[in-house]
Ligand binder design. Structure first.
Ligand code: ADE
Ligand code: ZN
Length: 326
């Protein structure tokens, strides 16, 4: 039987986590105070009350607002270090982290201020906690492709420390096609490619992320069930899906965890992985996702090992590190 202590002790790998989404309400208030920013909430509790989302956009509005408290290199460092401490507590051994430069550069924070703060924290986490990491820069899909290309240019001096390029923010109405040239440019520069697709958007966006953007992993992808041919294709090509169960329930992609298709996708043979997305906004980190999934879907031990193996296989880390993680 799968017990809570089994799930706690399982070594974990996280492949879908937005660093801005790990900003806990308490830290948001502390950084607001440090930077003389007034938040539109009277208290941590009032802010938490607002975390009652009806869809992706209603979350994104608060997520971008929250990120305004991030001003200095130290702020970005503190944000990432708080996440790494959670990882250490929950036996998370390798992480691949999304960051959204445009959320910061568009309000006057220099790219290097944001990037150095994050990078220094993840280096410290590697040396102090043994948590290996890769960084993935995401383009905001509600902005233009030209803006994405500008961001890719700004990233050039830091290229050696950035593993991949991703695509996030408001999905419906911003199809993968919009970023064809930006992804082609990123690939030519040697980046690994991923994209959010099929979270709220249709199965066609998953096809387009694969065929037009040439991504190696699909972030979310749960709407693939709309298209049996796509399901067969994902099984055959072993394209990993980075699924985020708590996120999907909080953003009403599934009404209840009992209705989540994670177990069905796993049993159909898809390379499913389990991740936290925006843990400070969606009720928890890796372990809280594990516990909620187990409670609702009752996976077997073998299925938990399969999810873990899928995540190790799907990482962008070295083969030597993969062997260590196994
Ligand atoms: N940015 C942060 N979390 C996101 C999500 N779940 N979907 C799209 N963009 C995001
Ligand atoms: Zn996400």
């Amino acid at each position: 039987t799968v017990t809570t202590s089994f799930l706690k002790q399982l070594p974990k790998v996280e492949l879908h986590m937005h660093i801005e989404g790990s900003l806990e309400p308490e830290l948001m208030f502390a950084l607001a105070q440090r930077n003389n920013i007034t938040l539109p909430y009277d208290s941590v509790d009032a802010l938490k009350q607002a975390y009652n989302f009806s869809n992706l956009q209603s979350f994104l509005d608060l997520y971008y607002q929250g990120a305004n408290v991030l001003q200095t290199e130290q702020d970005f460092f503190d944000l990432a270090m708080a996440y790494l401490k959670k990882c250490q507590q929950q036996h998370v051994q390798h992480v691949e982290i999304f960051f959204d430069p445009q959320t910061h550069t568009d309000r006057g924070i220099p790219f290097e201020v944001m990037f150095n703060g994050l990078h220094n924290a993840f280096e410290q986490g590697k040396h102090e906690f043994g948590i290996s990491y890769e960084l993935i820069l995401c383009f905001l899909r509600h902005l233009s492709e030209d803006a994405a290309l500008t961001t890719l240019e700004q990233a050039k001096p830091f290229k050696d420390r950035i593993t991949g390029i991703g695509l996030d923010s408001s999905e419906v109405g911003h199809p993968p096609e919009k970023f064809k040239n930006a992804f082609a440019a990123a690939k030519a520069q040697g980046y690994r490619l991923v994209a959010h697709a099929g979270e709220e958007g249709p199965a066609q966006y998953i096809w387009d992320a694969l065929n037009l953007l040439n991504v190696e992993r699909i972030d979310h992808g749960v709407n693939c069930t709309q298209d049996p041919e796509l399901m067969a294709h994902l099984v055959e090509t072993k394209i990993p899906l980075t699924v985020c169960p708590n996120s999907n329930v909080r953003l009403k992609v599934f009404e209840k965890m009992e209705q989540h298709n994670l177990k069905a996708l796993l049993e159909r043979g898809l390379k499913v992985t389990l991740n936290s997305d925006d843990p400070a906004y969606f009720g928890g980190y890796m372990l809280e996702n594990y516990l909620n999934v187990q409670n609702a879907l009752d996976l077997t031990k073998e299925q938990w090992w399969q999810l873990t193996a899928n995540a190790i296989d799907a990482t962008f880390t070295s083969n030597a590190r993969k062997v260590e993680l196994y």
